[in-house]
Design a protein around this ligand. Sequence first.
Ligand SMILES: NC(=O)c1ccc[n+]([C@@H]2O[C@H](COP(=O)([O-])OP(=O)(O)OC[C@H]3O[C@@H](n4cnc5c(N)ncnc54)[C@H](O)[C@@H]3O)[C@@H](O)[C@H]2O)c1
Length: 262
Amino acid sequence: MGRLTGKVAIVTGGASGIGAATVRRFAEEGARVVCADIADQAGERVVATVRDAGGEAAYCHADVGTLAEVEAMVAFAVDTYGGLDVIHNNAYWTGGGYVGELDPEIWERSLRIMLTGVFYGMRAAIPRMLARGGGSIINTSSVEGLYGGILGSPYNTAKGGMINLTRSVALEYGRKNIRANCICPGAVVTPALEQLASFGGRSLDDVAAMHALGRNLRPAEIANVALFLASDESSAITGAAIVADGGLTSGLNVGGFPPYGG
Ligand SMILES: NC(=O)c1ccc[n+]([C@@H]2O[C@H](COP(=O)([O-])OP(=O)(O)OC[C@H]3O[C@@H](n4cnc5c(N)ncnc54)[C@H](O)[C@@H]3O)[C@@H](O)[C@H]2O)c1
């Protein structure tokens, strides 16, 4: 028996990075998984790796910024696997700029994909979870959702808004056995992080040094947090924003003192 045996899960942004690792991890633990993305070839490849390893997964094209596509994605999961127990709203797209100069289209697209898209995912999934007697919603926020940031206001705003949206769902549906939580990762080595670091002129080593652990995180480490939240092992946890950041936000170290051992 796996930790998710008998459960049906959707992972959005499942074609890459954290989402791809989560699709694989959920399937390893016995879930039947819908990998949803707009990057169809990459998504199909993730599904193929799951099947090669003996797991069950199916790919679904879904732009999370379009309600009809999100509804079709949830219907696909129900038609293919008979119900829905877990949704991991994880897809993202963002752009940035100083607020006084920010292109309103970048603002709107970022919020549509990262915040409205999460709303669409939950809106479509909740009736199916109610029909199933409960479920687990997992939304990928970020430590950036807990703080402000420079050039990243659409991202920080969407990720922060997502945390309160998730808390609201936790309050509204807790008595129906639907739990809703966010994960707030630190820097995870994915195409997104490499792009971010290159924009800012920082190397991945510079970013790693900002973490208490002295390293960046691996997608599989965040997938393990998602696995815990998807499983019944986390039955006491709802409305939480779980920080999984390798100690990135543990403190400021204004004095610049060296950690133990140098
Ligand atoms: N990598 C990090 O350091 C980090 C840190 C904190 C939070 N996060 C969050 O983790 C999540 C996954 O990030 P990642 O680093 O794995 O990114 P990634 O770039 O590796 O993957 C993102 C995926 O989202 C998909 N996507 C983009 N627009 C979409 C849309 N409209 N509909 C459906 N899918 C779409 C992309 O095709 C891609 O497969 C994101 O929500 C991100 O904000 C990442």
